[in-house]
Design a protein around this ligand. Structure first.
Ligand code: 3PG
Ligand code: MG
Length: 355
């Protein structure tokens, strides 16, 4: 994998730096509900401050604002407040939501010039947005000397290990609802794994017809529900034996044990996507069992990507037990599919800068 040049190699003393972070965090009642991405952005900001940067202009998108009402809802102010609590420094300025400018998602050069004006260099640390070719992640990198931030580099390094030689057995666990988004990753990575465990909606689709070129392990039992409702009538059924019209909303106890055994014997693990509707406690046991099994295997190199799986681990207080928890959902998937991410491609490579 091509390595972009590092912010560590930039001359920053006395300079004004445009930093693109991924501060796209969940908000609740106008406050930051989960600050993992803000915290993950701090090391690069600290490094730049320690190196004597004169000013940091930190920019990010927040949500997917479309209407004027959205603009009020997705203003950066709460994010800026949280950032200044975590890293109080007069030299940091948080710019307004980049997506308030329609040029952002069009990768428009005029908006990129606006961002670049008055800045001496550009540092992209927004791994979670690196799969987007937007003005603040792509176009602007061609207007200023561009460098990769520490988080972006760490994500590439850790996720990149899954693309190279891995210790075996390599167990891949996949679930979640966005089946089509994930089939590409499975095609690319699944053939290299020794065991592929599949739960969630993905399992249903693969049972009907497996479009992958290799065998996968599907659930043997499921928690079925009469309707897609938190309080619905529910029970454990064989995977093939759900009553007519019922829905499988979690993997069953026998499957949990089987998946946990496979995970316990792994030396490399990648997990993306919950095993069921984990937001509802009655259908969260399968995801919990997988989270515990992954966290419990301390000998394995274990990586989780994707907002839902990460949230499940955070809620269980287990995130720290993994080797790497990716701040990227779509970005980590696209990387593992073998795609080059536009936000990374726009930064000169480490080799070129050394030459
Ligand atoms: C994410 O949360 O996946 C990233 O911040 C990218 O957001 P987007 O999917 O709205 O481009
Ligand atoms: Mg996304």
């Amino acid at each position: 994998m091509r390595r972009p040049r590092s912010v560590r190699d930039a001359e920053v003393a006395g300079r004004t730096v445009l930093v693109r972070s991924d501060l796209n965090v969940p908000l609740e009642s106008g406050e930051v509900a989960d600050d993992m991405r803000i915290r993950a952005s701090l090391p690069t900001l600290r490094l730049l401050l320690d190196e004597g940067a004169a000013e940091l202009r930190v920019c990010s998108h927040l949500g997917r604002p479309k209407t004027d009402e959205d603009r009020a809802q997705y203003a950066m102010a709460p994010v800026g407040r949280r950032l200044s609590e975590l890293l109080p420094d007069q030299r940091i300025r948080v710019l307004e939501n980049t997506r308030f400018n329609p040029g952002e998602t069009r990768n428009d050069e005029t908006f990129a010039r606006e961002l670049a004006t008055g800045c001496d260099l550009y540092v992209n640390d927004a791994f979670g947005s690196a799969h987007r070719a937007h003005a603040s992640t792509e176009a602007v990198a061609h207007l200023l000397p561009a460098y990769a931030g520490l988080l972006l580099l760490a994500e590439l390094e850790h996720l990149g290990k899954l693309l190279g030689e891995v210790e075996r057995p390599f167990v891949l666990i996949s679930g979640g609802a966005k089946v089509d988004d994930k089939l590409g990753v499975l095609q690319n990575l699944g053939g290299r794994a020794d065991t592929v465990l599949i739960g969630g909606k993905m399992a249903e689709q693969i049972r009907v017809e497996n479009p992958l070129g290799f065998a996968v392990e599907l659930p043997s039992d499921v928690v079925g529900a009469a309707a897609f409702e938190e309080g619905s009538a529910a029970g454990v059924y064989p995977f093939d034996g759900l009553p007519d019209g019922w829905l499988g909303l979690d993997i069953g106890p026998e499957t949990r044990r089987r998946f946990a055994r496979a995970i316990a014997g792994a030396r490399t693990i990648f997990w993306n996507g919950p095993m069921g509707v984990f937001e509802w406690a009655r259908f969260a046991e399968g995801t919990k069992a997988v989270a515990e099994a992954v966290a419990g295997n301390e000998r394995a190199f274990s990586v989780v990507g994707g907002a839902d799986s990460v949230r499940a681990l955070n809620e269980l207080g287990l995130a720290e037990k993994l080797s790497w928890v990716s701040t990227g959902g779509g970005a980590s998937l696209e990387l593992l599919e073998g795609k080059e991410l536009p936000g990374v491609a726009a930064i000169p490579s480490a080799v070129e800068s050394a030459a």
